[in-house]
Write a protein that binds this ligand. Structure first.
Ligand code: HEC
Length: 108
């Protein structure tokens, strides 16, 4: 019984360390997933709205997003409006990619 408890604690520690490590760094796989989703569902409209340049919406001098919370909210809004059917972790991957590539807000 006591041994079993120790084992459970050890497994718990390993799992929480893994979760922490994952939260601390955005993996290449996440960024790639974010880019692929963005290319598929978002670029065409942004390009159409902004003279054929799909990245201008993020880099224009008067862009609207000024911190990570606003970025997540805007990704969610555009995702919902365009009926992507994305799950929250898809939206998180897209926000992470946009931040890495364009906004560069501090993530910690
Ligand atoms: C039907 C057209 C359309 C689609 C599809 C679309 N967007 Fe947008 N998006 C816009 C427009 C227009 C703006 C600018 C809104 C403004 O200036 O208030 C915008 C703005 C944004 C911004 C804020 C840029 C800034 O800093 O000002 C982000 C981030 C964004 N979109 C993400 C996405 C994501 C992610 C998707 C894909 C799920 C997406 N958009 C799909 C039209 C679209």
């Amino acid at each position: 019984m006591k041994l079993k408890l120790k084992f459970m604690v050890a497994v718990g520690l390993v799992l929480s360390t893994m979760a922490l490590a994952q939260a601390a760094s955005t993996t290449d796989a996440t960024l790639k997933k974010g880019k692929d989703l963005l290319d598929k569902s978002c670029m065409a409209c942004h390009a159409a709205k902004f003279d054929g340049d799909p990245t201008y919406v993020y880099t224009r001098p008067d862009h609207k997003v000024h911190n990570l919370a606003q970025l997540s909210a805007q990704v969610e809004r555009c995702s919902t409006n365009s009926n992507t059917g994305w799950f929250p972790d898809d939206e998180a991957a897209v926000a992470a990619y946009l931040n890495e590539r364009f906004y560069k807000f501090k993530t910690n």
